[in-house]
Design a protein around this ligand. Sequence first.
Ligand SMILES: Cc1ncc(COP(=O)(O)O)c(C=O)c1O
Length: 350
Amino acid sequence: MSRFWSPVVHTLSPYVPGEQPKQDGLIKLNTNENPYPPSPRVLAAIAAAAERLRLYPDPHATALREAIAARYSIAPEQVFAGNGSDEVLAHIFQALLKHDSPLLFPDITYSFYPVYCGLYGIRYEEVPLDAAMRVQIADYRRPCSAILLANPNAPTGIALSRETIGQLVAEHPDQLVVVDEAYVDFGGESAVPLVAHYDNLLIVHTLSKSRALAGLRVGFAIGQRPLIQALERVKDSFNSYPLGGLAISGAVASLEDEAWFEETRQRIIASREGLAHGLAKLGFEVLPSAANFVLAGHPARGGAELAGALRACGVLVRHFQKSRIKDFLRITIGTEEHCRRLIDLARELV
Ligand SMILES: Cc1ncc(COP(=O)(O)O)c(C=O)c1O
């Protein structure tokens, strides 16, 4: 604390990221990173871009927005790119979610959402997931300014269909619906094709997970032009160059290597199914995941206790001290070998 702090700083409850250990040799299944490297084309593109480091990058990240537009069959003007989807989300909260009525999001979801509400002074209400930890769109029929869902949700991994997202968006024509699709490439159905039909839908994506570029920090939003313009206005009042030249070039190369993307994501999906099956056989409750992680708990061992025991054996997983999920672990899908090791350890520990 310091007498120099602005008043708002005293009120913040900052997000606590998962541990990034300094020690080598740990199996890291705690922050939903991709266990495989990014496309080799990314490294080549970054090396080439390094020759232009003397210059400022393109403030509009035009090449990246064009690559995203080509990938999703939309127009570049419908794309906003930022320094990780966390930054894109931050701009969305400030540009589009601050109104008199509350913003709605689930009680169990990405824990950064309430943090942004605190930072920007946004009223919000948490809508409980149902007993099976699912989002029920009927529960969102209440006064609100906007709705924010992660789909698949985190940390449950459970996905809603595109049809259900379409129903939600259609039911709330005067509210913005933001869908955070950070994990959609691992088995969800993207709502991007709905953007052409709805002016109240905004989708958020990241290259951190399915493209294995968490360290590059690239995320983007897709929506109709007026929504994107709001984000551009906030961005250009904050930082004109959120994406460096290396990030822009690396991200473009990643989006152009569809074969690498497809192969690595299919391997992760196959490992997830194997891990979920293996844990279920040991008596774990495993929520049905469409993401690159599973949320799993065992009736015989508390979540914190199990996370601690796994850590002592060199495996990091994520545990949330939150009442409805405190008996669960969020386990990122690693390589086939990582998953085998986790199952072997779990067998010893439960
Ligand atoms: C649901 C969700 N949205 C967004 C993010 C942020 O991703 P990034 O800032 O790396 O793009 C995460 C990261 O874990 C996430 O789980």
